[in-house]
Write a protein that binds this ligand. Structure first.
Ligand SMILES: C[S@@+](CC[C@H](N)C(=O)[O-])C[C@H]1O[C@@H](n2cnc3c(N)ncnc32)[C@H](O)[C@@H]1O
Length: 212
């Protein structure tokens, strides 16, 4: 389990969420069979809720993988989505999936490192979803802020990182740097007087930030 909340609560919440149907279910199965990390079930539901409430026109996603979360957000909104991933293999699979799902005109995938690619973007976005490079959220966020619409939101996944961010006893030695940097990200978005952030112990931990 995620070590973010009590197992029995997590199990209960997961059971409440109806199974995805059709193509999204196929993608979930592919991710499971091929060990591709995609958003957890409850995080997917949260993203679906956010795009339904916010009705975004433009979404920026950091971390495409096989295109699951991008397709999920596109399916539940009218937004145009730009998604970045540095893995050529993942981008190729994502492009195939996006094509198969008829989302070519709605989802644009950029092959490249997030930091480099972000520098080349000029648009403004209603939602920015950070789900790549756990050790670099603070840098990504600072680069993203100039592209966030006045009332836009940044959703960052994995901010509690298997509980390690909140509990030293869970900390694995080789994850020390990522955990330190994630703590620094959460301190920054929580203490900046110009921002409002809520950290939600769901999935692997989600932080939602907007401007004050
Ligand atoms: C957790 S997966 C994204 C999952 C996807 N958002 C979903 O839920 O369907 C993270 C992805 O980020 C990519 N990634 C990691 N670090 C990156 C970086 N610095 N720049 C670009 N992509 C990166 C990896 O190749 C991986 O495909």
């Amino acid at each position: 389990m995620s070590k973010i909340m009590y197992d029995y609560i997590e199990n209960y919440i997961r059971k409440l969420i109806p199974e995805e149907q059709g193509f999204l279910k196929e993608l979930e199965q592919y991710a499971k069979d091929n060990n591709v990390p995609i958003v957890q079930k409850e995080t997917a539901k949260f993203l679906q809720l956010m795009v339904t409430i916010k009705r975004p026109l433009k979404i920026l996603e950091l971390g495409t993988a096989i295109g699951y979360s991008a397709i999920l957000m596109a399916t539940n909104s009218e937004a145009h989505i730009t998604s970045i991933d540095r893995s050529e293999e993942m981008v190729n699979i994502a492009l195939q999936n996006i094509h198969k799902y008829g989302m070519d005109k709605r989802i644009n995938v950029i092959l490249g490192d997030c930091m480099e690619s972000l520098k080349g973007l000029k648009d403004e976005y209603d939602i920015i979803f950070i789900d790549a490079g756990k050790g670099h959220y603070e840098d990504f966020f600072n680069e993203c802020l100039r592209m966030l619409k006045k009332d836009g939101i940044v959703i960052a996944d994995n901010v509690l990182f298997r509980g390690m961010v909140a509990n030293r006893e869970l900390l694995q030695r080789r994850k020390i740097t990522i955990v330190k940097r994630m703590k620094s990200y959460l301190d920054m978005v929580s203490n900046d007087k110009n921002l409002i952030t809520s950290v939600i112990p769901m999935g692997d931990g989600i932080a939602v930030t907007t401007r004050r």
